[in-house]
Design a protein around this ligand. Structure first.
Ligand code: NAP
Ligand code: ZN
Length: 355
């Protein structure tokens, strides 16, 4: 086990499906290559809900969720060169990887051939020490997995960029969203609303595909040129063969064939949404127009910094509802009803005041 020393307050689930409650944890004293961060804000990702409920299997408890972390550097190890106390920094879904494999060498740590070490619900490379996430006051992270938050972005609106931002930025870049490209975003939640803002800033024509018309005004304000409410069969029919790229952020089982029908010839639909169910796909939704169904997860460390710099230049933060930590269980309930505009962010000062 890694030696721990610093006690910090946190919120944890003790078993699958449990509510989150106050809990004390320990962080390691920074080693030569570590950065100790005082967490200011942490976004609430739908992945937190999936994992607390153990929907993906193999969850580890006690679980302290949270992988959209922003804060300020408290202390650095002797060999840390990129950060100093007082710097505004972020930590996303990754806290380690083998650093040697083909993917790590290419800065694609999220696809590490050994395994990426996730910020929570995982164990360190020693195979024993559990990782505990950002619903806490402090975290110790290796320098390589810490990023700079541009001065033009407030720490609360920047927090969701560490997962929702990079998870949508990476496939938009990989599949070349930009001028002349027609991009659709399925699901207007935390990931979806960032995808709209990012694709618009990249110069693509953006359409939101949501279940109802409820989010149309907001989508347009974020830069959407088009809007399809799937509750309206005529709107779905009109949207056939329209898009070069679809970023699908849906968090529960939905009919993929409907969305695939909206791709043009050679179009690509990228799944970033991760429901636990299998999603039936008809071969005839893909074959006749040479379509591709793909997947993507978060982004590597260089690309995460690139995304933050892009957001800094374009003044792109998330639309957030800031909550105190005692409202976290209510926030999970609301997330399950898609009742969030568009990301909950926990003000971690509320955890210091508690207990
Ligand atoms: P979220 O804020 O809850 O948004 C999900 C959106 O999906 C909802 O707002 C809703 O949009 C739509 N939706 C939900 N159920 C649906 C259904 N049955 N049919 C059609 N649409 C439905 O969640 P999030 O935080 O953005 O996360 C979305 C998903 O991405 C989660 O599964 C999460 O685990 C996953 N994720 C993956 C990665 C990765 O690396 N690949 C990273 C982060 C998150 P409308 O109200 O507009 O219909
Ligand atoms: Zn996430």
């Amino acid at each position: 086990m890694i030696k721990t020393a610093l006690k910090t307050r946190a919120y944890a689930a003790q078993k699958p499906g449990d509510t989150l409650k106050p809990f004390e944890i320990e962080r390691r004293e920074p080693t030569a290559t570590d950065v100790l961060i005082r967490i200011k804000f942490c976004g609430v990702c739908h992945s937190d809900v999936h994992q607390v409920k153990d929907e993906w299997g193999g969850a580890r408890f006690p679980m302290v969720p949270g992988h959209e972390i922003t804060g300020v550097v408290e202390k650095v190890g002797d060999q840390v060169s990129r950060f100093k106390p007082g710097d505004r920094v972020g930590v996303g879904c990754l806290v380690d990887s083998c650093k040697e494999c083909h993917s790590c060498k290419a800065g694609l740590e999220q696809y590490c051939e050994d395994r990426p070490v996730l910020t929570y619900n995982d164990v360190e490379l020693d195979g024993k020490t559990p990782t505990l996430g950002g619903y806490s006051n402090f975290i110790t992270v290796r320098e390589r997995f810490v990023v700079n938050i541009p001065d033009s972005l407030p720490l609360d609106k920047a927090a969701p960029l560490l997962c929702a931002g990079i998870t949508t930025y990476s496939p938009l870049v990989h599949w070349q969203a930009g001028p002349g490209k027609s991009v659709a975003v399925v699901g207007m939640g935390g990931l979806g609303h960032m995808a709209v803002k990012l694709a618009h800033a990249m110069g693509a024509k953006v359409t939101v595909i949501s279940r109802s018309l409820n989010k149309k005004k907001d989508a347009e304000a974020m830069g959407a040129d088009g809007y399809v409410a799937t509750a309206d069969p005529q709107a779905v029919e009109k949207a056939q063969n329209q898009f070069d790229l679809i970023i699908n952020t849906v968090s529960s089982a939905a009919d993929m064939n409907t969305y695939l029908g909206m791709l043009k010839r050679d179009g690509v639909m990228v799944l970033v949404g991760a429901p636990n169910e299998s999603l039936p796909v008809s071969p005839f939704a893909l074959i006749p127009k040479r379509k591709t169904l793909a997947g993507s997860t978060i982004g590597g460390m260089p690309e995460t910094q690139e995304m933050l710099d892009f957001c800094g230049q374009h003044q792109l933060g998330a639309d957030i509802e800031v909550i105190t930590i005692d409202k976290i269980n209510e926030a999970y309930e609301r997330l399950l009803k898609s009742d969030v505009r568009y990301r909950f962010v926990i003000d971690m000062a509320s955890l210091q005041e508690e207990a």
